[in-house]
Design a protein around this ligand. Structure first.
Ligand SMILES: [Zn+2]
Length: 110
């Protein structure tokens, strides 16, 4: 499987491993890119619905009320398989189920 280091899908910046972050009532594992994109790790790859909402809230700096009013036209998203142990990403599905997923989101310039 082809692997690449963790990179922002919007600006190709190399990124640090996801870290534990707490904003307001939001508890996530992820980070922020210099281009303004946020990323949130889903460790097991089974909980995307919840992670999706967490990422939206993170994108709104922890403002859940604002996050739920965002419409898809206002942001772009990218979901990538991620190997926690090697800090590498892959766009192919994992057969072993060892991979987590990272969801990236960035607000569009409107
Ligand atoms: Zn970026």
């Amino acid at each position: 499987m082809r692997r690449r280091p963790l990179q922002c899908p919007f600006c190709d910046n190399y990124l640090a491993s996801p870290a534990d972050i707490r904003i307001r009532s939001l508890d996530i594992t992820g980070g922020i890119c210099t281009c303004g994109a946020v990323y949130v790790l889903d460790r097991k790859g089974h909980n995307l619905g919840e992670i999706y909402l967490d990422a939206l809230t993170f994108l709104c700096k922890g403002d859940f009320d604002k996050a739920v009013t965002l419409v898809p036209e206002q942001y772009e998203e990218e979901i990538i398989d991620y190997d926690i142990h090697s800090n590498t990403i892959s766009r192919r599905e994992s057969k072993t189920g060892r991979l987590g997923k990272i969801i990236f989101m960035r607000l569009r310039d409107l």
